[in-house]
Each structure stands twice: as structure tokens, then as C-alpha cells.
Design a protein. Structure first.
Lengths: 296, 799
């Protein structure tokens, strides 16, 4: 195995162009596990740790540009207001040691359906900034996951950053594991309210071959909220609406039985998480509305 | 050859206080361990050493058609590749009780991960890659995975031509051992029962998950022998199995205990010991073998999974009438400790209750599942899970409080066991239940705080699955009985060598035993015993090795009792000799030398009235006093093979738990809030260590209640989760508050009245958690561990 250590982003792109099989490594929390288990013996390993700007983030008008290697700990500590869903998801990643090393770029690169960041990115809305010697492009998160542990990257491309929409409303993230910490998701669910566009977005983890949005559920809920004037009147969401939304989220799953859980449990749990996270975010939205009205 | 780096050294412990028994003196290796400086067996290093690697079977049951090692041997850096054909003597199998385990597979593999070949190379990665180049051609056989497939009329025999001492009395060659126990008249007693409850229970396969995967270093010696530095639970048992395979007399196989992370039964059987020695002797170089965690799951036996069928009856006023049970333990491919586990499961299947009429049967199967053997609780754990579920069912049927019902039927000193053996020391079962019930309850809705829900206190923790929705509290109780020491007529002795001499103007005692320190605290307790008995401050613990007689196994909660007993006994003999010297030197100066009861205290010889007769420094002068002596507890008897009668056990140990859980009933997630424990320890030699044992055992019991299980594919008998990614053990966020109430009711037969501590808390913890979850959910829950799908009606596959 050859170890490539590019000193700059340009060098990294050139190296990746020359050696498309090179596996990029930053925190190493995913790649090293695969190597240690001998699941993978890459010809080249490309260390990205000398490229400082991968660990930086920038808060813009509309979105946050999050460097691929920004560790989860930094997201939890610094971006809780802008990216609340992703901050909650970051909190559930493994242990403090891993959170100090691992970043969203690794989750995206591996593209495992169990990656904790995916549901939050799907719900918030995001674009993955990828680059090669051929140029830069931005891949919408919905089009990024193409199969089990496969993504839309070309062989010569590297993930440089992810642009995540700044929260314009409450966001939540829930993850089921069979212990209370340091656990790989049995399934996970992210939900974001977008009051500005009067839409709700979702993300489901570990319950289908790829991370997915529950689009039919979103459309149903968007229509129900619009029709009932919920965004304006701030009423409690009708239990039957919440239930229908939860059922549609369950239906969006395409899970398997494995050692971590049964397919039918995953489908069931996603429904429960969908209902709860909708309740939490909506309560929070109503609370914020009341506060705003009170101030006015 | 020279000693390798990481060779254990003597540790001398002083003490600011008297540091005798009953004090919580601190572990001499504690600081080294928490600062990362302690040398574990995997840290051992020798100049010029090679690395060994084992090739394991990729299938569970197959004939080996051929093995081609040529490519592996041709790999640069490889020094040796050994298969069955390279074994040097006619002894090619080993085993704790039945020698049925091949050192390397011969013609057949019987379980997934069985060792087939070993490689030595100059780098661990080279060894790994070379092992992968060995071509093994398997012809797969149908797998035997449960009782039905093991005892089917056309079942393939896992072991043909059995000639072990159990072969003659088992009903089928795929049954390792069967132990019935019959006492009283169940048919008659059954007629007196107003209520009868039945249950069928399943216990999953638990792993010991000890720290420090299997590892060791074998160094060839100039006399043709070998020195093995090894993390094990019993040096002399290893030695007895290793030497014949190597074709060496036992005195040419020297063994030194190297740093052990933990054991819990998982190091009772051999793992890489013989492989490392064979490679060292073949290559003439030191050979180190270290398993990674993945290999460790295949490298040691696990706790027997079990099916348990129980029937209990009781009268309307709550008195147990009878019990019938059948316990089927899956021993996997090799016998390991299965026969003894069967003995325990059957003889302790009634639990700590009075039932005069019983009909019991326990068996262990040979299957193609992973071999199972010793693990903390040893057969008593599985039984306790089932009989405690039965107690709750009976109490419910009778409309009684589950604690009252247990207390009404609790055994006490004088109770006769189903084996006919009287319980002849305190058995405070009802009192332990009373104490655990009397402890204050944790507050309701303890997750609520002024800043909203504290997720850490809720099921799901920081995964943020509930803010209180669906959460229901449950409370459950359980109590158990565990034997202490080796049973059924086993000659369960230990040996201690104790030396007293003056070093640097101060009397110092050296204690040398072959006891494996696996975390239980023997290194602390031995020093405490020496201080109490010999009145010194400085005690040196000699590294454990085979240069001293056997200490027996560090298992069965026995080391403080048996090796502690041996140390106490040797100290007493040393004291007599010291007093003898004193009388010779100074006897004429004071009449008390001949008339008074003399003690050694504070470095002096004193009378029982406290008068100082002489300084130990003066008594000893240049002399050293040394005694090596074996020590035995009361003998036991085998159980009758037909009736199960016999005084089979040495001592019993009791613990009771109260579990308080919060269950997210919608998601099936469990948070154990508190696991209160009350245990009788006879005498707490080191109260801090006792607390650690009880809290550790309690947590290990919690693990198998809600998460820990090795999952074996029933179609292929292959292990599906051999890693800490998918074999989950409790983290600190899963570990509840564990308040402990320790009773000290002396057992007059035991040294200082002590009672073995380590295992009992592992028994009752699991059923208490299960009872609490049943209490919260109203579900039957007849298996452990409980998984979210069992609590949400989603266990069945959609397919």
C-alpha cells in the first residue's frame, strides 16, 4: 500500500487524477476500521490531513459551507444554531474520541446507509461540493447516494465540502440503537421544518439500501399543513395527520433483517420517530410563533 | 534465552495502616493499569521474535479434503507452517475434562473458526497473508445446531467413537453429559398443588468480552524446553494439557503468568498456548501470538446458550409443592467445561428455595455451534433466569407480592438441597430480599429537569428517541444461589509458598503462588492475609509461575477462599517456625515464650495480652523462614449419575437484586435506572474489591439481559457478529447506579468465614432486569437478551 501525502488541495486533486483507486483518509474512523478488519486493501491511501481548509467552515447568508474534515465535535460546539439537525446527529456519532476525528466528508465518502449525518443532511437540504482536476461541481444531496455504499463521485473526484442550508425552523434527529451510547444505528430519522418555504423535509437512515427521504410523506404533510392553515394558525397538528405522516414514513423504508434488527422493527421504529420528531419540531415552531406574536 | 520485555516483576506493597484483612487496601497494579503502563501479555516482546498466526475454518462442519501449504511456505519471511501432520507426538488433542479438541484440525472441522494451520513469520502482516495463502479444500457436511438435529435418528455424530467417561451413560453420543436429580415424589406432590405454572425459556450465547484478547510469547530454552509467558486462568491446568502434545516433561515447559486483562471463564481453556510453543520449538525462535478482537470471538468458549423447560406448583397459601425441569445446554463442538456446567445447572436448578419434590434433568449437547464452556455463573446463570421468571409467574397466579412469595419459600441454613446435601452455613435468602426491597426507590420521572428532559436518563440516551413519550417504569426482583469452588469430588486444592526474612532492617514477607490474577484482587488480598497473620507491613507478591505448586483455577469464585486459605495456612506455618526460632533464641528470657498465646504484630512477637517479647528483626537475624504447602477445603462427592444425590458442593453464595427500569414501550428501548444488590459475603477481606466484584457482576448480568448475544446463523452455524461493533456490551451510559448492601455472616468452614463473591451477582441481575421489563410492559418475555423487536411485536421477518 502506498501512502500519498499531498500538501495542498491542488496536489491532492492531481494525485487522485493519477491514482483514481486512491482512498482518501482524513479522520480515519471509517477507513481504518475497514483496513484493520482486512475488508479493504487499497492500493493507495491518500492522507488529507495536511490540507488545513478541509477542517474549516464558513457561515454564509443561506447556507454553511462545511469543510469535509470538520470534526463532529466542532459541529456540536459551533454550529448548533445554524445546523441543529446535524448537531444532534453529530452527538450520536460513536464516542468522544471518534467525534474528535471523524467528519461529514467521511460519512459521505463511505455512503453507508447507517452514516449518522445523512438523515440530517437530507432533511436540512444540502449540496456536496466535489472537485477534480476537471473542475468543481455541486451534487444535490438527493442525488448523491446511488446505491449501498455507493455515491455519485467520479473516480477522480474528492469531496471538498458540503453546503448545508441554514435552519429556518426547528430540526430534530433521532436514532435507534440497542444501547444508550456508542452504537451503530439500527435506524435513524431526521426532520426539518422550513417555515420560509412552508415545507417539511425528512431523512431516513439505515432502513433502505441508501439514505432516503420520505417524499410521499413530505408531500402529504405539506399539503395537510397548507390546507389546514397550520403554518399561519399554529394549531396543534391533528393526531390523524401525524399518524398518516408516520405511516407514510414507514412505507418509505425498504429495510432488511440483519444482526442489528429486523426489517419490520425498522419500519415500525421509523414511524415512531417520525411522529415524535414532527411533534417536537412543531411544538417548537408553535412556541417560537407565540413568542414572536407576544413581542409584536 | 533472556527474559522478554514485559516479564512480570515482583511487586512489593507497603501500607500506611495495618493493611490487614477487612481493609480496603488499594491494588498494587491499579495505577499502572489506569495510566497505561501495565504490561499485558500482548505487550511482551523478545529480540528476534517471530509472530504466529492461526488459520481458522471458514465453515462450521466439513471434511477436510486437502490442505496445501506450499504457497504459504514459499512466502518470504515465513519460517514455519504447521498442520495436524506436523504434530510431534501421539497426543494431538487436549481438553479440560475430555480430550476431544484437536490442536489442529484432523480430517474434519466441527465449528466455524476452528484452527486448521499455524504460521510463523517475521512480521504479523506477513504471517496473516501467508495464512491466507493456505488452500483448504472442504467438503461441507450438514450442521447440527440444536437438540432436534443432534438427537435425530440419522444425526451425524459430532464425535465418532467416543470413549470418554461420560460416553457410557449418555442417551445419545451427541450428548456430552446428562445429570438427572430425583428427590421426593413429584407425582404425589403435584396433587397438592393449587396452581401449576409452566414455562419454556431461552438464554442467548454470551461472550466473556474480557479486556486483552488472547496472547502469549513462547521462548525456546537451551535445554530443549520452552518458556511460555501467557495470560491464563490456571497455569498448571494449561501445563498438564500442553506438555504431552509437545512431547516434553512438565518441568521442561516453564510457564509464567503475564499481564491479564480479564477472563470471566474465557481463559480456562487453552487458546494459542500449544500453537505458540510448537512454532517456537520448530523454529528455535521466540514466537508471539496475539489475537485481535475478531479472532478472540473464535478463540475462546462462550456461555452455554440454553433452553429451559420448567414446571412449578404451589398451594393457595403460597408454598411451593414441586418442580420439574429440563435444561438443555448447547455445548457446541467440543466438551470444554460442559460436564461441570451440567452438574451446576442441575444441582442449582431449584434456586435458593425449599422444594422437597423435584424431578430435574440437565444435558449438554455436542453441536456444530461455537464451543461453550466456563463463564461467570457457570450453569447457575441460565437456571436462575428461568426459575426466577417462574417465581414471578407463580406469585402473579396466587395474587401474592413477588418478594413475599419468594421469602415464604426461601431456603435457610439447614435446608436440604435437591442433591440431599444440607446447607450448613448461613443462607440469608429472605433477609437479602428484605434488604434489597427496603432500599429507597429512585425518584419517579428522574429524567425531568428544569431545562427539559435529561436525555441521558431516558431510554435511547443521547440518541434522542424520546423526551418521555411512551416511557413506563418497571420494578423487578430476583435472587440466586451459586456454588463456590470446584464441586463433584474434584481435588480442589491450592499451594502457597510464604517466606519471611529481614530486608533493609525490616521484616518482609514474600508470597509466591501460581494464582492467576485476572482482576479479582488476589494480589491485594494475599498481602492483606500475610500482614494479618505475620504482623509485617511490607509484602512482596512474587509473579505467578509453575515454579510453585498449583493454585487451581481463578474461577468458581474460589481464589480468595482456596488460595487465600493456602496463603493463610502457609503464613500460620511460617509463624510457628518463627516462634520456634524465637523460643530457641530468647525463650529463657521470658516465661511467656512457653506459656502465652503468641502473635506477630507490628513487626514484633507479642503475647495475646499485648506484651512485646522480641523484635522480628532480632528473631530472624540472617535466617529466612520459608514454607510451601498445599491446602484443601472440605472434600466433596460426585453426584450419583441416576439420582443426582451427593454432597457435591463446598459452599454456596447468595445475592439478590432489585431492578428499576424505564422502558420506551413504543420503541422497545430500555434504560436500567438502578440495580440495587444485597449479597452475603461471609467476611469482606477487601470491602472495595467486594464492591467492585458485585458491581461488575451486576453489569455483566445487565448486559445479557438487554444486549449481549453472539448470534449464530441456524442454517450455517456461522457466527454473525464477531466484533464489538455488533456484539454490544454496556457502556457507562447503560450502567445504572448500583447501591450495594453487604452482609457478613461468617461461614465457619471457610478461612475468616469468607464466602466467594464474584459470581452470585451475575446470576440475579439478569432475571431482575427481565422482571422489571415484564412489569413495565406486561409482556411474557421468555428469552434473554431482550431486543427492541421483542418489546414491539416486530421480531418476525417481513419476508
Amino acid at each position: 500500500m502506498d501512502f500519498l501525502r499531498p500538501a495542498s488541495w491542488e496536489e491532492a486533486l492531481a494525485a487522485k487524477a493519477e491514482h483514481p483507486t486512491a482512498v482518501p483518509i482524513a479522520g480515519g474512523t471509517d477507513v481504518m476500521v475497514e483496513i484493520n478488519f482486512d475488508h479493504r486493501r487499497p492500493e493507495y491511501l491518500m492522507d488529507l490531513n495536511r490540507i488545513g481548509d478541509l477542517c474549516e467552515w464558513e457561515v454564509g447568508e443561506e447556507s454553511v459551507r462545511l469543510g469535509a474534515s470538520v470534526p463532529y465535535t466542532k459541529i456540536m460546539e459551533n454550529l448548533r444554531a445554524e445546523l441543529p439537525g446535524l448537531a444532534l446527529a453529530s452527538h450520536t456519532v460513536a464516542s468522544p474520541q471518534i467525534r474528535n476525528r471523524g467528519g461529514v466528508g467521511g460519512n459521505l465518502g463511505t455512503a453507508s446507509p447507517a452514516g449518522d449525518a445523512h438523515p440530517a443532511l437530507l432533511a436540512a437540504g444540502a449540496e456536496v461540493e466535489v472537485e477534480s482536476v476537471r473542475g468543481v461541481r455541486r451534487i444535490p444531496i438527493d442525488a448523491f447516494y446511488t446505491g449501498v455504499k455507493r455515491n455519485a463521485l467520479a473516480p477522480d473526484e474528492l469531496i471538498r465540502a458540503v453546503h448545508v442550508k441554514k435552519a429556518d425552523g426547528p430540526q430534530q434527529f433521532s436514532k435507534v440503537g440497542t444501547r444508550n451510547a456508542m452504537v451503530i444505528a439500527v435506524c435513524a430519522f431526521g426532520l426539518a421544518l422550513h417555515p420560509r418555504t412552508r415545507t417539511v423535509r425528512t431523512g431516513i437512515g439505515s432502513a433502505a439500501p441508501t439514505p432516503v427521504r420520505a417524499k410521499t410523506a413530505e408531500e402529504f404533510l405539506n399539503a395537510a399543513l397548507e390546507e389546514g392553515g397550520f403554518w399561519d394558525n399554529g394549531k396543534i397538528i391533528t393526531p390523524s395527520v401525524a399518524k398518516q405522516f408516520a405511516d407514510l414514513c414507514s412505507a418509505a423504508c425498504n429495510p432488511i433483517d440483519d444482526v442489528r434488527g429486523t426489517a419490520s422493527y425498522r419500519r415500525h421504529a421509523v414511524g415512531v420517530m417520525a411522529r415524535r420528531t414532527l411533534t417536537w419540531t412543531w411544538e417548537s415552531y408553535r412556541g417560537a410563533r407565540r413568542t414572536t406574536e407576544g413581542a409584536a | 534465552m533472556s527474559s522478554p520485555n514485559g516479564t512480570p516483576t515482583k511487586i512489593t506493597q507497603g501500607s500506611q495502616t495495618k493493611g490487614g484483612i477487612g481493609e480496603s487496601t488499594l491494588r498494587p497494579d491499579g495505577t499502572l493499569k489506569v495510566t497505561g503502563e501495565f504490561a499485558y501479555s500482548s505487550d511482551m516482546w523478545h529480540e528476534d521474535m517471530l509472530w504466529g498466526q492461526i488459520l481458522r475454518s471458514t465453515v462450521a462442519h466439513a471434511e477436510i479434503v486437502s490442505i496445501d501449504t506450499s504457497e504459504a511456505l514459499a512466502t518470504p519471511g515465513v519460517y514455519a507452517v504447521l498442520t495436524y501432520d506436523d504434530l510431534p507426538t501421539d497426543v494431538k488433542n487436549y481438553g479440560l475434562e475430555i480430550q476431544d479438541t484437536p490442536v489442529l484440525a484432523h480430517g474434519k472441522v466441527r465449528h466455524h473458526g476452528e484452527p486448521v494451520a499455524v504460521v510463523a513469520a517475521d512480521h504479523p502482516e506477513t504471517a496473516r497473508r501467508a495464512a491466507a495463502k493456505i488452500k483448504v479444500d472442504y467438503r461441507e457436511l450438514p450442521v447440527i445446531t440444536d437438540e432436534a438435529s443432534a438427537t435425530a435418528p440419522d444425526a451425524i455424530l459430532v464425535h465418532e467413537n467416543r470413549d470418554d467417561h461420560h460416553a457410557g451413560h449418555v442417551p445419545h453420543p451427541n450428548i456430552v453429559h446428562r445429570q438427572p436429580i430425583v428427590r421426593g415424589d413429584v407425582a404425589q406432590a403435584r396433587k397438592r398443588a393449587d396452581v401449576i405454572v409452566e414455562g419454556e425459556y431461552t438464554f442467548g450465547m454470551q461472550d466473556q468480552a474480557f479486556l486483552g484478547p488472547e496472547s502469549g510469547l513462547a521462548v525456546p530454552e537451551e535445554d530443549g524446553g520452552v518458556h511460555l509467558y501467557i495470560a491464563t486462568q490456571w497455569l498448571h491446568s494449561d501445563l498438564r494439557q500442553i506438555a504431552p502434545v509437545l512431547g516434553l516433561p512438565e518441568d521442561k515447559v516453564r510457564m509464567t503468568l503475564s499481564g491479564v486483562g480479564g477472563a470471566f471463564g474465557g481463559r480456562e481453556d487453552l487458546s494459542m498456548q500449544i500453537h505458540a510453543c510448537l512454532l517456537a520449538l520448530r523454529t528455535g525462535k521466540p514466537v508471539k501470538i496475539v489475537y485481535n478482537r475478531f479472532e478472540s470471538f473464535f478463540g475462546h468458549v462462550h456461555r452455554h446458550p440454553a433452553k429451559l423447560y420448567y414446571e412449578h406448583g404451589a398451594t393457595r397459601d403460597g408454598k411451593l409443592t414441586h418442580m420439574k425441569c429440563r435444561i438443555v445446554l448447547d455445548g457446541g463442538a467440543y466438551a470444554s467445561a460442559s460436564p461441570a456446567v451440567v452438574g451446576n445447572a442441575s444441582s442449582l436448578s431449584v434456586g435458593p428455595y425449599v422444594i422437597d419434590d423435584v424431578d430435574i434433568e440437565a444435558i449438554a449437547l455436542y453441536t456444530n455451534n461455537p464451543p461453550c464452556g466456563a463463564m461467570r455463573g457457570f450453569g447457575a446463570v441460565q437456571a436462575c433466569f428461568a426459575y426466577e421468571a417462574q417465581m414471578d409467574k407463580l406469585a402473579r397466579e396466587l395474587g401474592m407480592d413477588p418478594v413475599d412469595f419468594r421469602q415464604l419459600n426461601a431456603m435457610e441454613q439447614g435446608t436440604i438441597m435437591p442433591t440431599g446435601q444440607p446447607v450448613d452455613s448461613p443462607a440469608p435468602v429472605a433477609e437479602l430480599l428484605r434488604r434489597v426491597k427496603a432500599m429507597p426507590m429512585p425518584p419517579e420521572r428522574q429524567w425531568e429537569s428544569s431545562e427539559g428532559a435529561d436525555l441521558r436518563e431516558l431510554p435511547g440516551g443521547l440518541s434522542n428517541t424520546t423526551h418521555g413519550e411512551g416511557v413506563v417504569r418497571g420494578v423487578g426482583y430476583a435472587v440466586g444461589i451459586k456454588n463456590v469452588g470446584f464441586s463433584e469430588g474434584f481435588d480442589d486444592y491450592s499451594t502457597a509458598k510464604v517466606r519471611m526474612e529481614v530486608v533493609g532492617g525490616e521484616p518482609v514477607v514474600t508470597v509466591h503462588t501460581a494464582m492467576a490474577e485476572v482482576g479479582q484482587g488476589g494480589v491485594t488480598v494475599h498481602a492483606q492475609i500475610a500482614r494479618t497473620e505475620l504482623g509485617v507491613t511490607q509484602v512482596t507478591i512474587h509473579p505467578a509461575n509453575t515454579q510453585v505448586g498449583s493454585a487451581g483455577s481463578t474461577s468458581a469464585s474460589r481464589q480468595t477462599y482456596v488460595t487465600g486459605g493456602a496463603v493463610k495456612n502457609a503464613c500460620e506455618l511460617v509463624r510457628e517456625k518463627v516462634l520456634e526460632i524465637g523460643r530457641r533464641k530468647f525463650g529463657t528470657y521470658h516465661p511467656a515464650w512457653d506459656t502465652a498465646e503468641l502473635l506477630l504484630e507490628g513487626g514484633k512477637v507479642v503475647t495475646d495480652g499485648g506484651e512485646v517479647l522480641a523484635d522480628l528483626v532480632d528473631v530472624l537475624g540472617e535466617d529466612a523462614v520459608e514454607v510451601e504447602e498445599e491446602w484443601r477445603h472440605r472434600p466433596t462427592e460426585p453426584f450419583d449419575l441416576r439420582t443426582g444425590q451427593g454432597n457435591g458442593h463446598v459452599q454456596y453464595s447468595f445475592a439478590a437484586h432489585r431492578a428499576v427500569v424505564e422502558v420506551d414501550t413504543e420503541l422497545g428501548l430500555v434504560k436500567v435506572i438502578e440495580l440495587a444488590c444485597a449479597q452475603d459475603v461471609g467476611k469482606a477481606l477487601n470491602p472495595l474489591s467486594v464492591l467492585g466484584q458485585i458491581q461488575g457482576g451486576t453489569t455483566q448480568g445487565l448486559g445479557v439481559a438487554v444486549m449481549e448475544e453472539i448470534i449464530v446463523d441456524p442454517k450455517t452455524a456461522k457466527v454473525k457478529n464477531p466484533s464489538f461493533t455488533d456484539y454490544l456490551i454496556p457502556t457507562i451510559l447503560d450502567t445504572p447506579t448500583i447501591p450495594v448492601d453487604v452482609l457478613e455472616l461468617a461461614d465457619d468452614h471457610a478461612p475468616y468465614g469468607l464466602r466467594g463473591v464474584g459470581e452470585a451477582p451475575t446470576l440475579s441481575s439478569t432475571p431482575a432486569v427481565l422482571a422489571a421489563i415484564r412489569n413495565a410492559t406486561g409482556l411474557e418475555l421468555n428469552r434473554t437478551p431482550v431486543r427492541p423487536e421483542h418489546l414491539t411485536g416486530t421480531s418476525l421477518s417481513e419476508a
